[in-house]
Write a protein that binds this ligand. Structure first.
Ligand code: SF4
Ligand code: SF4
Length: 467
């Protein structure tokens, strides 16, 4: 009798967390039925099986998109309890802050059922100018010239000293400033939108935009914001304020609208891109079952390819800073046409589909410029130079002269790690960070798990002593 076979292929071993106690748990990555799963074992709470990707080939291709990490100018904590209990950034972190969030407070004019910050009209308050200045200065000490700073909340636009905060940011060497907004204030107050435009260039609105329909908005945000979104985009178009739409994707709710949302965004002059973020397990989200409700980066990428005629598989590629969690595609918009950047470059220069290897390894100049472009530290506003530089590396290529940010459109898939899909191998490369009120710079993923609510990470690490 032949030996029985495992019903899966074991790919690798990593460390995750038990979703119940948040203590470290060894995790096997396996391939089974076209999917990638994580099998975890907590000695106290038993086994867990979590869907990690619906695309085995893409999951493996991510390993080809690695680059040497860029470090911050300083680290903020010691390596003491082991990852992820030493954030941060601790000296073991592999990537500086490409994009840093700074929360202006907990107060919000919405109370979304999916809010990871648990914000609302009667929640918390606003940070003082002194606190915000301190946090900005700590970030500048880490980064020198922070690439992208995103003011978030709660809702940043309702902070009573919003314009002073914008000026504080602009007075510092921040390359690109964003506000992460639900758009209500921008919709209600045209003058507010006009004043935002005075912060251009180097400024962008990251506009919550989950659906073109009412029902998904009611479920995700608690109110039908269709009219609010329409008015906000009209105002942003009128003053040509660079805008990225942010779509929180929920399986079976709004994931059938991905293609329509891309087409809608491409038709709006002010919109420079769309970011799709699958819902993570955090905040007020109740009834979330990670075994069936999880949308993974791989699945969202497959949905974009299925629903949009703009992209081919080689157009949506892993971002080398953090390839497991971020994928990106660029589109050039000119003369009423839309052309994916990788379509201009050519498949031969990008991926060699059959072998799934990067073929431009032999051309360091192209590789360097491509990696610079496919980074969160670029915004559509800054990327026109990087796109131009890249295209100039490809001498036989015809491309629009006078390329500006208005010609650039970018689609991003950004997946965050939670207690279910947490992978210590991946989180060390996280480049989306958040400033803690005490000045630490913490990966956004671990912040929501441990540091937002101040869990005792020393105890979780198992290294706490009574001494
Ligand atoms: S996630 Fe990064 S900063 Fe946090 S403990 Fe791990 S290596 Fe350190
Ligand atoms: S998700 Fe954003 S808009 Fe909704 S309550 Fe939270 S902070 Fe406010």
């Amino acid at each position: 009798m032949s030996s029985p076979e495992r019903p899966y292929i074991f790919y690798e071993l990593t460390n995750s967390l038990c979703s119940k106690c948040l203590k470290k748990a060894e995790a096997k990555i396996i391939f089974q039925n076209e999917n990638v799963y994580m099998l975890k074992n907590c000695l106290e709470h038993g086994h867990e099986k979590v869907l990690i990707s619906t695309d085995i080939e893409y999951y493996k291709v991510c390993r080809n998109f690695l680059k040497a990490g860029q470090m911050p100018l300083r680290f903020n904590t010691k390596t003491e309890f082991g990852c992820p209990y030493d954030c941060g950034l601790c000296p073991d972190h592999e990537q500086h802050s490409c994009l840093t969030l700074l929360e202006l407070g907990e107060r919000c004019n919405l109370e979304c059922p999916i809010c990871y910050a648990d914000s609302g009209p009667s929640k918390g308050g606003f940070r003082s100018l002194a606190e915000i200045e301190f946090m900005l200065d700590e970030l500048v000490k880490n980064e020198g010239q922070p690439d992208v700073v995103q003011l978030s909340g709660g809702e940043p636009t309702i902070h009573p000293e919003f314009w002073k905060i914008m000026d504080l940011c602009k007075a510092r060497p921040i390359k690109h400033l964003m506000i992460n907004s639900n758009g209500i204030k921008i919709a209600q107050d045209k003058e507010f939108a006009r004043r935002l435009s005075t912060y251009m260039p180097g400024f962008e609105v990251y506009l919550q935009f989950d659906s073109l329909k009412s029902e998904p908005l009611l479920q995700l945000r608690g109110v039908d914001l269709s009219e609010t979104r329409r008015k906000a985009i009209n105002h942003l178009n009128e003053f040509d304020v660079s805008t990225t739409l942010v779509v929180t994707l929920s399986k079976g709710l709004n994931d059938g609208e991905i293609g329509e949302i891309i087409d809608f965004a491409l038709a709006q002059p002010c919109i420079r891109g769309v970011t799709f973020q699958p819902i993570q397990s955090a905040g007020r989200l109740e009834g979330f079952d990670p075994s069936k409700d999880r949308l993974t980066l791989g699945e969202v990428r497959q949905m974009i390819l299925a629903q949009s005629s703009v992209f081919r598989p080689e157009d949506i590629i892993p971002v080398p800073c953090h390839p497991d969690c971020i994928a990106m595609a660029y589109v050039l918009k000119a003369d009423g046409k839309t052309v994916p950047l990788s379509g201009l470059i050519g498949e031969d220069v990008l991926l060699n589909g059959g072998r799934n290897t990067i073929q431009y390894e032999n051309d360091p100049a192209i590789k360097k410029r491509l990696f610079e472009l496919f980074s969160l530290s670029q915004t559509p506003g800054s990327s026109s130079h990087a796109v131009g530089d890249l295209l100039c590396c490809l001498p036989r290529l015809e491309h629009p002269s006078n390329l500006s940010y208005k010609n650039i459109f970018r689609v991003i898939i950004m997946e965050f790690l939670d207690a279910y899909n947490f992978d210590v191998r991946s989180v060390k490369r996280s480049c989306v960070h958040i400033v803690h009120s005490d000045g630490r710079i913490i990966p956004f993923d671990t912040y929501n798990m441990f540091y937002r609510t101040g869990l005792d990470v020393a105890a979780l690490s198992g290294r706490k002593t009574n001494a």
